[in-house]
Each structure stands twice: as C-alpha cells, then as structure tokens.
Design a protein around this ligand. Structure first.
Ligand code: PRE
Length: 363
C-alpha cells in the first residue's frame, strides 16, 4: 500500500526543535513585526512583476552558505537590493522563512553539469513553502589559495560537493589524487575560502567565486575551471504564500509550474501519468524521482517472513505553463485521477538565463 507523504509530524514540535538548533546568522525578528512589515507590499510587487525586475528593499532573503557563495549572488539576481541572510544549512533557510525570520529563501535545485541538489527536493516536500520564482545563475569557478602559494604546493582542494563535481576533469588533470592531492567536500564554496584565509592554512586551495576571493583576500590560481564553460545552476525562490499567476498583464510572460506526486504500483503507471501532459502538448522541463521518506519500503508477507517488495518513490515534475491556464488545469485534474498524492509546489514566471558573457565559441 502506498502511503501519502506527510509534512512535519507536528508543526509546533518541528518549530520548537528548530528554534533550538538554527544558527541562522541574523537575530530572530518578532513574528508580528515581520507579518506587518511594509516590506511585504514591495515583496508582493517584486514577485508579481517577475524576479529580478523590481527592486526589493528590505526583503530578507535566506540562502545557504557564507557571504561570497553563489547562492548569495542568486539572491541578488532574484531580488535586487534585498538583504541576503546567510544560513549554515539548506534546512535552516527553509525554517527561516517558515518562522518569519526571512521573507524568502533562494536555494539551488539543479546544475547543468552536477545534476540535482537532492536535499532541496526532499525539503520541498517536508516544508509547506511555495515556489514563487526561479533564476538561472551562470557559475564560473575559480581555484584560490593564500597569496603567494604556488600550484605545486597544493595538497588539498576544498569546496562544496557540487563545485568539486563541476570541476572534476580539471581537478583530475591539474590536482590529481595520484599526485597526493586530496579533494575534500565542505558545506559551501565561499566558506572554504574564508576558513583557509582566516586560519592561514598553507597548501590548501578552495574552489569558489571571484567575489569570494576578493572578500577573503585569496589569490586566484586559475579561473573558469568548470568542465564546461556553460555551467548554470538553477535556483528556486520560496515564500510562505504563493504568488498569483497573472492572466493577462500584457507582458507575454511565460510561466512554469512545479508539482510533486506519487503513483500506485503497476505496469506503465509513470507513462500514464506523464501522458496527461503529452496529450495536451505541455512541455516538461524536469523529472526527478526521490525515495518516499515517509514510507520508503513496501514489504510483503511471505509466510511468517516479511520480504522487501520494492522501494517507494515520489516524483517531481516541472513544466511550462501556469495554473491559470485551462489546459494546465485539465492536465492536473487528469493527473489527480491517477496519482494518490499530488501537490502543486508553485507556479512562477519562467526565467531565461542571460549567457551573453560567454563568447559564441564557448557556447
Ligand atoms: O557553495 C555555494 O557557493 C553555493 O551556493 C551552493 C552551490 C550548490 O549547492 O550547488 C550553488 C551553486 C554552485 O552550483 C555550487 C554550489
């Protein structure tokens, strides 16, 4: 039997536990102050007009990482003039919004080279936040060390696992394990640079942004070291409330919708589920499956012995079209007849990433 995935066992318990553990860098704001902040009007306008187009003074945007992280850049791309709020873990950013300590969270969801950021898919299901926007950020990695360090002195390269994955070929060519260089995963790119700088760690290098090198006075040994010049991370913006999808604001803006659903077991069930989009010419842009953490395993009674029958999954799907569109509404109604559980994570303006900084040769 499939079970419907649940959110927190108890929201109050989750919030109480979270209060004890979240080291989100900013002091908590009073709940009422955040609720009635004049910034909310500006925020609503920013979301409604489309990310990146309207200034968003006073908007507090939670992200994972230290200042100089790519996620911080994504916050500013999504909401110019916002106040980025660094959090040490992805879940802390979800909690910061849930508990009114931030107005938005901007979190990485997938990268063109490294693939999906699975943790954030799982957290999207665990929390009841809404996707209100997306931005694609071109990622240009630098390798950096303490000023004066020579390349041959490097014994360890540290960075976020996604960044290490995106630079795999470069690392294996220039700093290979076979030469005794360790590739070490850390919580985020900028924090690796910060620690090496602040703790004066000789022989260590970090993979991070140019901005991180500038912030922490690190020397760049090489730039543009990702395995493909075209390296883009897609971030989603999360809020407590969904944004209204405009029927006709004259902007010709395209929308996207993200959903999560489960399926009963049986031949062709995923094919049938996806046919609700294909039949209506709805363009899917992403499909991801994750373990259903609320009930990951289906078992069978074989005599007196419990046997593993199969694993349980949830499916995440993005497609072009907003929930205001009758065709999308029909597709979702149709999917609702097939899927035991379905939730719309958000409908939001589609973001077209500006790649004009790359030469045509690179593209
Ligand atoms: O460590 C950072 O700088 C981050 O913002 C995280 C992150 C990620 O999780 O994918 C964001 C963009 C890059 O793809 C590499 C790392």
């Amino acid at each position: 039997m499939l079970r419907v995935p649940t959110d927190h066992a108890s929201p109050a318990a989750a919030a109480a536990a979270a209060h004890r553990t979240i080291p989100c860098a900013r002091p908590a704001r009073a709940r009422t102050a955040a609720r009635y902040s004049p910034a909310r009007t500006v925020v609503a306008q920013a979301d409604a007009a489309g990310l990146g187009l309207v200034g968003s003074n006073e908007l507090r945007v939670a992200y994972q990482g230290a200042p100089g992280a790519y996620s911080e850049q994504a916050c500013m791309l999504a909401y110019d003039d916002c106040e980025p709020v660094p959090c040490s873990q992805f879940e802390h950013a979800f909690l910061a919004v849930t508990e009114w300590r931030a107005d938005r969270a901007v979190l990485p969801i997938e990268n063109s080279l490294g693939g999906s950021i699975h943790r954030n898919y799982d957290l999207l299901l665990k929390y009841r936040l809404h996707i209100v926007g997306e931005v694609g950020l071109p990622i240009n990695h630098c390798i950096m060390a303490l000023p004066g360090t020579k390349k041959e002195e490097i014994v360890c390269v540290q960075s976020h696992p996604q960044a290490l994955a995106q630079c795999e070929n470069y690392l294996n060519t220039h700093y290979p394990n076979s030469r005794g260089v360790v590739h070490q995963a850390t919580d985020d790119t900028a924090d690796s640079a910060k620690r090496i700088a602040q703790e004066d760690i000789k022989g260590y290098a970090a993979i991070a942004s140019r901005r991180a090198a500038e912030l922490y006075d690190m020397e760049i040994l090489d730039e543009g070291i990702q395995d493909d010049k075209l390296n883009v991370t897609r971030f989603v913006a999360l809020a407590r409330e969904p944004v209204p999808v405009k029927d006709d604001d004259g902007s010709q803006r395209q929308y996207k919708t993200s959903i999560v659903f489960t399926l009963k077991e049986g031949p062709g069930v995923l094919f049938k589920a996806l046919s609700v989009f294909a039949l209506r010419d709805i363009n899917l842009t992403k499909l991801e499956s994750r373990p259903m953490r609320a009930a990951p395993i289906v078992t069978d009674e074989a005599g007196s012995v419990q046997k593993l029958k199969r694993f349980n999954f949830v499916f995440y799907c993005d497609f072009v079209g907003g929930t205001n569109d009758a065709t999308v509404q029909n597709a979702l109604r149709h999917l609702g007849e097939i899927a035991p559980y379905m939730r719309v994570l958000g409908s939001y303006p589609l973001h077209e990433t500006d790649l004009s900084h790359l030469s045509t040769k690179d593209v």
